[in-house]
Design a protein around this ligand. Structure first.
Ligand code: SF4
Length: 225
C-alpha cells in the first residue's frame, strides 16, 4: 500500500505530554475537515496544495525514520485517519520504533499506536472509537467561550486523560484567550493543562530542509476558506 505524503522531516514534538522529544514526522496528504485556521493548509486547501504529491510505501518511510534516530515517529496530516494506517504502523512497530498519531478523531483509527493525540474540530466531530483511543486531548482555544463549548461536547468522555488548552496560533497574543486558558486551569486543575505550540516559536521544523514552510490560514475568510 502506498500513502500520499506531503512531507517528512525530523524535528521535536512541540506539543503535549511528549513536548521537546526528538521525533520524525510523516505528514500525510488530504484532509476533509477544513478548519479556518489550519496550519497545514498545503495538505488540502486548493490555494496551497503542491502540484505533485509523492506516493510512498510504508517500508521506504520506515527506512527514512530509522535513519533519523528519533525517539518516535509521529503520523500526522492533514487528517491521517482518512487512510488505512494499519500497514504503516505495522512497519513502524516491526522496525522497533514507537508510533504516535495526531488526529482530529473524526474517523475511525486504523492501525496500532503507542500514543494518540486527539484535537477535536467543530467542522467534523470526533467519533466515539477515536475518543476511546486517545491518550491526550488538545483543545484549540479560539475565543473566551471555546473551552466551555468543548467541555460540554466531550467533557463527559475525557476521564482523567490530559486536556491541553492551546491558543489558536493567530490568537497566541490575544490576552482574552490567554486569560481564559489561565483561569480555566486555575479553577479546574487536572486534567486541564495550559499548552502552547512550542515548535512554532522555534520554527524548529524548518531546520530540516525537507520540511515545507507552514501555511496557516489564520481564520481569515479572505484566504479562501
Ligand atoms: S487543522 Fe488539522 S483537521 Fe483542521 S483542516 Fe488542518 S489538517 Fe485538517
Amino acid at each position: 500500500m502506498e500513502y500520499p505524503v506531503y512531507e517528512t522531516f525530523h524535528s521535536w514534538q512541540g506539543e503535549g505530554a511528549h513536548l521537546g522529544k526528538s521525533a520524525f514526522f510523516i505528514r500525510l496528504f488530504g484532509c476533509p475537515v477544513h478548519c479556518p485556521w489550519c496550519d497545514s493548509a498545503g495538505t488540502w486547501h486548493p490555494d496551497y496544495v503542491p502540484s505533485e504529491i509523492s506516493k510512498r510505501d510504508a517500508d521506504s518511510l520506515v527506512e527514512e525514520a530509522k535513519k533519523s534516530n528519533s525517539e518516535f515517529v509521529v503520523v500526522t496530516g492533514g487528517e491521517p485517519c482518512i487512510h488505512d494506517l494499519g500497514p504503516l504502523t505495522e512497519a513502524i512497530r516491526n522496525a522497533g520504533l514507537k508510533c504516535h498519531l495526531e488526529t482530529s478523531g473524526a474517523f475511525e483509527i486504523k492501525g496500532v499506536f503507542d500514543w494518540v493525540t486527539l484535537s477535536p474540530k467543530w467542522q467534523a466531530l470526533p467519533v466515539q472509537s477515536a475518543l476511546d483511543e486517545a491518550d491526550e486531548f488538545k483543545v484549540i482555544v479560539e475565543d473566551e467561550g471555546s473551552i466551555e463549548r468543548w467541555v460540554e461536547e466531550i467533557g463527559a468522555r475525557i476521564g482523567s486523560r490530559p486536556v491541553w488548552l492551546h491558543p489558536e496560533w493567530s490568537r497566541r497574543e490575544d490576552r482574552s484567550v490567554l486569560k481564559a486558558i489561565t483561569e480555566y486551569v486555575k479553577a479546574h486543575g487536572a486534567p486541564f493543562r495550559a499548552g502552547v505550540q512550542a515548535h512554532k516559536y522555534y520554527k524548529a521544523d524548518l531546520f530540516d530542509k525537507n520540511s515545507v514552510s507552514a501555511t496557516p490560514l489564520g481564520g481569515d475568510p479572505s484566504l479562501g476558506y
